[in-house]
Design a protein around this ligand. Sequence first.
Ligand code: B12
Length: 208
Amino acid sequence: MSKLAEAIRDLEDELALQIVEEEIAQGRNPLDIVAEANEGLVMVGDLFGEETYYLGELMFSVEIMESIMNKLTPLLESSGEGQGNKGKVVIGTVHGDIHDVGKNIVISLLRSSGFEVIDLGIDVSTGDFVDAVRDIDTKVLGLSALLNTTYPEMKNVIDALEEAGVRDQVKVIIGGTICTEAVREFTGADAFATQTMAGVEFCNEVYS
Ligand code: B12
């Protein structure tokens, strides 16, 4: 386990930020730093799952992650290949779900890869997703969900796109730790991603 993951797991905020600064100074790839931090958050989630940590600890781990992302986002976005000229991507966290750390990381990576990202935010209604696909000239819709209770919402969005007659206009990629091939099939999405770069690779393919 990396020192950064360990520091996040132990909620050692100052130590975690110090490690990040050292890693940046050493010229480490910001994506590798994100991956290490991600590992720490997953461990916090496991401790929460086994009731060693409670909601307060979970929230604090997010504050640590947000401080880390404040340092890494400018590096991720400045290493970009252009200013949004590859195409537009619409992304949001589905209704009932407020998890956005992973979505925001994907957004930073897409922007750094040259996509213009329209972020609909968290707890986004089905209607808002449909309106966005209808109104924005995009070929990709990204849906994020982290809860077992909210992944059926991804299917609702895709069904609503069909009903509105706009399903053919976009490829839909779903993301979040709960996403698997079975979830993709259930929702009717075109792809799923649980890894940092998979979403970017998918958008590159769609716009190639
Ligand atoms: C941080 C966190 C929170 C924070 C969220 C803050 C925020 N601003 O996001 C807070 C404290 C608010 C929270 C609340 C809750 N949480 Co919570 N949370 C987590 C935790 C610890 C980490 C999630 C995270 O940020 N991971 C780091 C990011 C980088 O990873 P990621 O989200 O998976 O994203 C990556 C990929 O999945 C992918 N990706 C993600 N989205 C997308 C979208 C697209 C389009 C693409 C291409 C890719 C992609 O790319 C990302 C980068 O690699 C997880 C534990 C875990 N193992 O996931 C629990 C977890 C998700 N939470 C859980 C629960 C139960 C809750 C609560 C219901 C708790 C409660 N009793 O109130 C509430 C729900 C609130 C709600 N309505 O949404 C459970 C879910 C269980 C389940 N499967 O249903 C988990 C798994 C914890 C656990 N082990 O029990 N949570």
